[in-house]
Ligand binder design. Structure first.
Ligand code: PLP
Length: 355
């Protein structure tokens, strides 16, 4: 078959074992540190058939070649470390904290120079790409949910000679395919929506560029930040329903955004208009935010995101969060429960806040 399959078909059909009589329909968990000599795999730090199943599904969804890593941060740091000493990295002012901390610590050691940008300002972001080695993009951003004009920024960054990486964790390839928009590589925390059940830590890099693929594969072999076979299997299993989960959570997020935006206890709604994440600021400030996250019965006060269950947290409870994130900002990860039940749970808690 040569035509490109739809995402719903890829999630269900890709990465299955060959159809030999009595073969399992699903890839088994291969617990093996060593493979018989003479093949491609040889050793468990170089390859594993269960990783390959996960990589096949994700690679086909993003339209590139995927490699699995021990966590999202293992994948992020592998790409950041490809920047030659002294190189300039352009990064969003708001992005996943771990990524910003990694860049900050590399900058303090004199290894890179970091230029922070507001990704919603396309012209300023492109202007900052001058002489940059790497432009790091997230859209929507974590946690402020700003949306970047990816094609324009990627084109501008390339014109300036920079490599572009997009962290596609929040959008997933169901909603956004950065490689089609010109990005050189995509990175994922597969811990989130890809796995989808809050039971796995896993990361991935996807690229069409053979040079980047070779370099990050070499880093994975040398550093050993490899996926566990069980984690890769759980993620591959979770991805079979990725399109359904993203679709359901996105529909819930639309309905909740509509209702949250009208509630008097909410002073500002952060809504990219698509995707499964929302943000709110509270009329009653930090105290109201703290009370809200501890007085619901369905919504769980927890960090991370992208599971089937709805979770939320006040981001500034983390002392390390960016000071530009408002103190009372709550990030909501919308799950796949019934939208009315999710709303009534929130509404009860909001209505219970002191006047
Ligand atoms: N990128 C984004 C956008 C994230 O939200 C996270 C984790 O929250 C990461 C990367 C890091 O992933 P992991 O926690 O799997 O290492």
């Amino acid at each position: 078959m040569t035509e490109r399959l739809a995402p719903a078909t890829i999630t269900v059909s890709a990465g299955r074992p060959p159809r030999d009589p009595d073969a399992p329909l699903n890839p088994p968990v291969t617990l093996a540190s060593v493979f018989v000599a003479g093949g491609e795999r040889e050793y468990g730090r170089y390859a594993n058939p269960t990783w390959e199943a996960f990589e096949t599904v994700l690679g086909e969804l993003e339209g590139g070649r995927a490699l699995a890593y021990a966590s999202g941060m293992a994948a992020v740091s592998t790409l950041v470390d490809l920047v030659a000493p002294g190189g300039v990295v352009v990064a969003p002012q708001h992005a996943y904290l771990g990524t910003l901390h990694l860049l900050g610590s590399k900058e303090r050691r004199g290894e890179v120079e970091v230029r922070k940008v507001d990704l919603t300002d396309t012209a300023a972001t492109i202007a900052a790409c001058d002489d940059a080695a790497l432009v790091w993009l997230e859209s929507p951003t974590n946690p402020m949910l700003e949306v970047a004009d990816l094609p324009a920024i990627i084109e501008g960054a390339h014109a300036a000679g920079a490599r572009v990486v997009v962290d596609n964790t929040f959008a997933t390839p169901i909603l956004q395919r950065p490689l089609d928009q010109g990005a050189d590589a995509v990175v994922h925390s597969a811990t989130k929506l890809l796995s989808g059940h809050a039971d796995v830590l896993l990361g991935a890099i996807v690229t069409r560029d053979p040079e980047i693929h070779r370099a990050v594969d070499e880093q994975r072999r040398m550093r050993g930040a490899i996926a566990g076979p069980m984690e890769a299997w759980l993620a591959a299993r979770g991805m079979r329903t990725l399109h359904l989960r993203v679709d359901a959570a996105q529909r819930n997020a639309r309905q909740l955004a509509e209702r949250l935006g009208k509630h008097a206890e909410i002073s500002r709604l952060h809504d990219p208009g698509w995707g499964t994440m929302l943000g709110i600021e509270m009329t009653g400030g930090v105290a109201a935010a703290e009370q809200l996250v501890s007085s619901t019965s369905l919504w769980i006060n927890a960090t991370s995101l992208g599971g089937v269950e709805s979770t939320f947290e006040r981001r500034r409870r983390w002392g390390s969060e960016q000071a530009t994130v408002p103190e009372d900002f709550i990030r909501l990860s919308v799950g796949v429960e019934d939208a009315d039940d999710l709303w009534h749970d929130l509404e009860r808690a909001l209505d219970g806040l002191p006047d």
